[in-house]
Write a protein that binds this ligand. Structure first.
Ligand code: FAD
Length: 323
């Protein structure tokens, strides 16, 4: 059944996040030959709509308003609900990001619709669209089917491959004027923690450190390897609790959930709460002094050794490959 599917593009620092393009790919499958409509909301976002089309959307709608400069639940739900009312879609896809996790249930609630969150894959089977999502902190997967009504999903970043960008692809871009009002939250200023390099939740390579890193300075060799591989540095809660790094780097049940192509765990024991955030990474390498460490049970490659000896060797070898 051909469907019209809306995708909300997520804007950060003036550009669309990769998960927006992954959402377009998911929407293509859901549309089953119907129409994919990209949506961008913000203060000055008209220039971004074309990118959604280049990644596969058939057309795009922009909503521009001064109050949409920063994300607020009230502002963005009014904007997206207005687009939904004007487009009347049969499907909606958002990223399972901080924004998507806040906005999607709110919209689903207002529309009296169901929502499948944190989808990691989708496929056609037996005439149905089957959505797979992890449950019990990634220890099991459930498969869900929507038999009736709106297909509303959020997709986990880094799991559904986006389509190739086609810079010659064109489509109609229209703007919708929305009267955003009665905002209960007004963002006066956003103070960002100084973040270095690649965004952890979208990184293809993550070098994560645990208590075995031993100090703030101990993260140095991890940063060097991350730089060479174009990756991001993450951490266990053990390292964060010990004040070796900021909690924004924490990966796990109560931290970020990541699925990079390559995850290198350094001096991390592999507690169940840490595995909940990284065990779905495509390739896991563990470096640990203790051959019995639990992390080796989920690792594709294990190196038993001192991370301060192993990491510089790896960095040197990867540097040679890059030359
Ligand atoms: P440790 O368990 O102390 O392991 C350190 C490892 O480093 C050891 O295996 C040791 O052999 C190795 N090592 C030491 N020196 C070296 C060296 N020189 N070279 C190589 N290896 C070395 N944890 C998370 O990570 N994320 C979460 O989101 C999270 N949420 C939690 C939620 C709850 C409700 C609870 C109760 C706990 C949570 N935890 C979480 C904590 C979790 O249970 C573990 O305590 C934590 O993950 C341990 O961190 P770690 O592996 O860095 O430290």
């Amino acid at each position: 059944m051909a469907r019209k599917v809306l995708v909300l593009g997520e804007v950060r620092d003036g550009s669309l996040r990769n998960v927006s393009f992954e959402a377009i790919a998911a929407a293509k499958t859901i549309s089953e030959g119907g129409e994919v409509v990209g949506v961008v909301a913000g203060k000055e976002v008209n220039g971004l709509a074309e990118a959604l089309i280049q990644y596969g959307a058939d057309r795009a709608v922009t909503v521009e308003h001064d109050s949409l400069e920063q994300y607020t639940s009230d502002g963005f739900s009014q904007a997206l609900l207005a687009v939904i009312e004007s487009e009347n879609p049969e499907g909606i896809v958002l990223g399972h990001t901080a924004l998507g996790k806040d906005l999607a249930p709110r919209i689903a609630g207002k529309m009296n619709s169901g929502l499948i969150s944190d989808v990691t894959s989708l496929e056609e089977a037996g005439g149905n669209l089957v959505f797979t999502r992890p449950i019990y902190s990634g220890k099991a997967f459930e498969k869900k089917v929507i038999t009736d009504g709106l297909i509303f999903v959020t997709i986990r970043p880094n799991n559904i491959e986006s389509l190739e960008q086609d810079s010659g692809r064109t489509g109609e871009v229209t703007s919708l004027s929305v009267d955003i009002k009665n905002l209960r939250t007004i963002i006066k200023d956003v103070v960002r923690k100084a973040s270095e390099g690649v965004d952890l939740s979208e990184a293809k390579v993550i070098i994560a450190g645990g208590r075995g890193v031993k100090s703030e300075e101990g993260f140095g060799p991890l940063k060097e390897l991350a730089d060479v591989l174009g990756g991001a540095v993450g951490a266990s809660r053990g390292a964060c609790d010990a004040d070796y790094c900021d909690y924004s780097l924490q990966i796990g049940q109560t931290g970020k959930v990541v699925t990079p192509d390559l995850y290198i765990a350094c001096g991390i024991s592999g507690a169940i709460q840490h595995l909940a955030g990284m065990s779905n990474s495509k390739v896991i390498v563990a470096i640990n002094k203790d051959p019995e460490a639990n992390i080796f049970k989920v690792a594709d490659y294990g190196i038993v050794g001192d991370l301060f000896e192993v990491l510089p060797l790896l960095t040197e070898e990867f540097k040679k490959l890059k030359v």
